[in-house]
Design a binder for this molecule. Structure first.
Ligand SMILES: [Zn+2]
Length: 447
C-alpha cells in the first residue's frame, strides 16, 4: 500500500512539474530569470543552513545567504570539482534529509573517477520531468513505440533468459503524459541482433547514445533496410557533425540532442530548429567560465552548473567537465529559454572486439558500474583486439575480491576469448594532452 501511495504521489508531482515546465517555455526571458533567481535563493539558503560542506565555505568567505540576490552573485562562491564533492563525503548531504529515502546515482564520467549522487523523491520528479519536457516539446505522443539503445543498467534482463532486451513496465503512467512505450536494447548487444529488434519493433521514436545509434545506422545502411522513425533523441555523448549526418541520412530525420549529466540531470536540449540548445534555466543555473571569469556570448567556457532541484545533495557551482558556448541569439521557435551552442566534451576511444562488435566509450564505461564504489579511479586500455588492461586506483571500500569479478564481467560482456588484466596502481596516467581518459584503445577501430 505504501508503495502504491508513493508511486501515485510521484506521478502526481511529475504531472504537475511537466505541466509547469512546459508552460515555462512560453514565458519571456525576464520571467524565466525571475523564476531562476527565486529558486537559486532558496537552494542557497537550504545549503547554508543544512549542508555542513557549504556552511563551512560560507563562513570561511564571510558571506551569508542574503548576499545572493542574482545569478551573478554566485561568483562569490568557489567553483567545486568532482573530487572535492567526493572528498566531502557525508558533509555534502543535507542534514534534514533521510538518505534511505533517496535514490542514488553513480557516475564514472569520462575521467574514471566515480561519484555517488543522492536525490530525494521530490527532486527526482523534477529531474524526470525535465527529460520529458525535451521529448514532449519535440512532439512525442503517448501512443508512440520507442526503442532506446542504452546501457545495461537501464535494460532489465529476464531471469533464465540470455536476451538483453526488455519491454519496460516503468512509466506506464508516464505514457499518459505523452512518453513513448519503449523497448530497451543494451549497447552491448551485437549489431545483428540490434538490427533484428529494430526491424521487429519498427519504432516511431529512437533514443540512445549517439555513437551507438550511428553504428546501428551504418548497419542498417549496409543491409539496405528502410526504417523511418519520426523522432530520434540522442544523449550522454557528444553528437559530432559526422555522426549527425550519418544518422539523419540513414533514418531520414535529424537527431534531437540533449545535454546533461548524471550529477545535474538534463541541462539543455535542441528543438526542431536545431539552432543550438535551449538551457533549462528554470531547473538549473548554467555558467560558462574561463580562468575563473564569466565569459561573453559566443566564447568558449567551462560549464559550471547549479542544480536548483537537488535538496538532498546540493551541487552549487559544480564543474561538469565539458566546454560550451553561450549565445545571446533568440531561437526562431520563439521559446524564451536561452541558447548555448556546440558542446565539446569527453574524448574517449571506441573499442573493437574479436567478434567485430564496436562499442562506444560510454558503453565501455558501464562495465565498471558495479565496482565504482570500491574505486577511486580506473582506466580501461585496449592493448590488442583481444587484450585489455584495467588500471585500478583503490578507494576506501576496496576489496581484492573485485579483481576476479572484473575479469568475469569483461568476459560476460565482451566474450570469453579476451584476456583481461586488472592492475592496481597508485595514480592513473594522463595522456599526452594531459587529459584523464577512462577508455583508451590502441586498436584501429574503424579499419
Ligand atoms: Zn527553439
Amino acid at each position: 500500500m505504501g508503495k502504491m501511495v508513493d508511486a501515485l504521489t510521484y506521478n502526481m508531482r511529475l504531472y504537475k512539474s511537466i505541466y509547469t515546465l512546459r508552460r515555462n517555455t512560453s514565458l519571456k526571458r525576464s520571467e524565466l530569470e525571475r523564476i531562476q533567481k527565486k529558486k537559486l535563493r532558496a537552494i542557497i539558503k537550504h545549503a547554508y543552513h543544512n549542508v555542513p560542506f557549504y556552511h563551512k565555505i560560507f563562513d570561511s568567505l564571510n558571506v551569508k545567504p542574503d548576499d545572493f540576490k542574482t545569478v551573478d552573485d554566485l561568483s562569490k562562491l568557489p567553483v567545486i570539482t568532482k573530487s572535492q564533492v567526493k572528498c566531502a563525503g557525508s558533509d555534502i548531504i543535507a542534514r534534514n534529509v533521510d538518505i534511505n529515502n533517496c535514490r542514488k546515482f553513480t557516475t564514472s564520467g569520462s575521467t574514471g573517477t566515480s561519484l555517488s549522487i543522492f536525490f530525494n523523491k521530490k527532486d527526482l520528479s523534477v529531474r524526470r520531468s525535465a527529460y520529458i519536457r525535451t521529448m514532449r516539446e519535440n512532439g512525442t505522443r503517448g501512443g508512440d513505440i520507442g526503442l532506446d539503445l542504452t546501457g545495461p543498467h537501464n535494460v532489465s534482463m529476464p531471469k533464465n533468459n540470455k536476451s538483453r532486451y526488455y519491454s519496460t513496465i516503468e512509466g506506464i503512467l508516464e505514457r499518459s503524459f505523452g512518453t513513448p512505450k519503449t523497448t530497451g536494447v543494451s549497447v552491448f548487444e551485437n549489431i545483428e541482433n540490434q538490427v533484428t529488434i529494430l526491424k521487429k519493433t519498427k519504432p516511431e521514436v529512437i533514443s540512445g547514445y549517439p555513437m551507438s545509434i550511428k553504428l546501428l545506422a551504418m548497419a542498417v545502411q549496409d543491409k539496405s533496410i528502410s526504417i523511418n522513425p519520426r523522432l530520434i533523441f540522442t544523449y550522454s555523448e557528444v553528437l559530432d557533425k559526422e555522426s549527425r549526418n550519418v544518422i539523419s541520412s540513414v533514418f531520414g530525420t535529424d537527431p534531437i540532442d540533449g545535454y546533461g549529466s548524471i550529477e545535474t540531470g538534463r541541462m539543455a536540449w535542441e528543438c526542431s530548429e536545431h539552432a543550438g540548445y535551449h538551457m533549462d534555466v528554470d531547473t538549473v543555473v548554467m555558467e560558462f567560465i574561463r580562468d575563473n571569469q564569466k565569459i561573453s556570448a559566443n566564447e568558449k567556457g567551462e560549464v559550471v552548473a547549479t542544480n536548483l532541484h537537488s535538496y538532498a545533495m546540493p551541487l552549487i557551482r559544480y564543474k561538469v567537465g565539458d566546454i560550451s558556448t553561450p549565445s545571446d541569439e533568440q531561437c526562431p521557435c520563439g521559446r524564451g529559454l536561452p541558447l548555448m551552442k556546440d558542446i565539446w566534451g569527453r574524448s574517449d576511444d571506441f573499442v573493437k572486439l574479436p567478434d567485430g562488435r564496436i562499442i562506444s566509450p560510454t558503453a565501455v564505461n558501464l562495465i565498471m558500474d558495479p565496482f565504482l564504489s570500491m574505486l577511486l579511479n580506473f582506466k580501461i586500455i585496449q592493448e590488442r583486439v583481444d587484450r585489455f588492461t584495467v588500471e585500478l586506483v583503490k578507494g576506501n571500500d576496496f576489496s581484492e575480491d573485485i579483481i576476479p569479478k572484473i575479469e568475469t564481467r569483461f568476459k560476460d560482456i565482451f566474450g570469453d576469448n579476451i584476456q583481461v588484466e586488472p592492475r592496481i596502481i597508485d595514480e592513473i596516467t594522463k595522456d599526452k594532452s594531459g587529459k584523464l581518459r577512462a577508455v583508451v584503445s590502441k586498436v584501429n577501430v574503424f579499419e
